[in-house]
Design a binder for this molecule. Structure first.
Ligand SMILES: [Zn+2]
Length: 283
């Protein structure tokens, strides 16, 4: 860890205490190898026949192709989370296009089929929707995080110069793992209570809810059980837990959830597999 410690010192000089305490927390989380993190999540899901969608930074994907293979083998989905973990809202349209193209090309090379996108930090530039539309993706999972949309209960398309986006957007609940764990310091019981409440809301309106639950936190032994509890509860009240692509395809041209009362989309971004890559991103 000596190179990690050097980075931490560098960060403390440059970015201050809060960034450093978050980095220490991430260091602790990264002591669980990512293989184990993903296994912990998949174990919980498979017990209840539920799916999870993992928007993953494409430049790190080749570090662990076997993890991606396991995700896909479990019937789950990999989506695009940028080629690098950059704020699209700060990039020129040309740079956004380049980053997105590099990500798509990487997944093509790896033979990983991707149909969806979530921008790093849920940060979109005003040109980003047009750029996404041009590459023909099926869905976006981050535009729906903005205040304007995050209380919504239905998929939607965004207005573009020529009409509406071809891709579908999904409201993204503000109740993310980082909000509950890092910001509010919730324990597992509180997290489960909040997510059950959101499932109840989706059920009562026959609609949907999408969560962003980063594997680096939710795949830890102390949190993975919460995932199982949520899915078990949700299934008990008639919920469907498909991948995002499954849900989007199912919903096209209809207003119900078939045999189910409502739909819950479990998603979680993979920003990096290794702690050093996390630190490099901050510096
Ligand atoms: Zn991210």
């Amino acid at each position: 860890m000596s190179s990690g410690l050097t980075w931490l010192k560098h960060l403390r000089r440059r970015r201050g205490r809060q960034v450093v305490s978050q980095a220490v927390r991430m260091y602790e989380f990264h002591r669980t190898p990512f293989e184990k993190i993903v296994d912990n999540i998949l174990d919980q899901l498979l017990r209840y026949d539920a799916r999870f969608t993992f928007p993953t930074v494409a430049s790190v994907a080749p570090q662990k192709p076997e993890v991606l293979g396991k995700i896909i083998g479990a019937g789950c989905e990999v989506a695009v989370h940028g080629y690098r973990h950059l704020k699209y809202s700060l990039l020129s349209p040309a740079d956004q296009k380049r980053d997105l193209a590099a990500a798509l090309s990487m997944y093509r090379q790896m033979n990983v089929q991707v149909s969806g996108f979530r921008a790093p930090y849920n940060a979109y530039g005003k040109d980003t929707p047009e750029i996404l539309n041009d590459v023909g993706l099926l869905w976006d999972g981050g535009i729906g995080y903005s205040r304007q949309y995050n209380e919504g209960t239905e998929m939607f398309r965004v207005p573009l110069a020529g009409g509406q986006s071809n891709f579908v957007c999904i409201p993204l609940s503000r109740w993310s793992d980082d909000l509950m764990i890092d910001e509010y310091h919730y324990g597992v019981a509180q997290m489960v209570a909040v997510m059950k409440r959101e499932l109840d809301k989706a059920r009562s309106s026959g609609s949907m809810v999408m969560f962003d639950l980063h594997p680096i936190r939710m795949g830890q032994p102390q949190y993975a059980g919460a995932l199982g509890e949520i899915v078990s509860y949700g299934k008990g009240i008639g919920g469907w837990f498909p991948t995002v692509s499954e849900a989007v395809r199912f919903r096209q041209g209809r207003e119900d959830w078939g045999d189910h009362e409502f739909c819950c989309l479990l998603t979680g971004d993979i920003d990096n597999f290794y702690f050093l890559d996390y630190l490099r991103r901050l510096a």
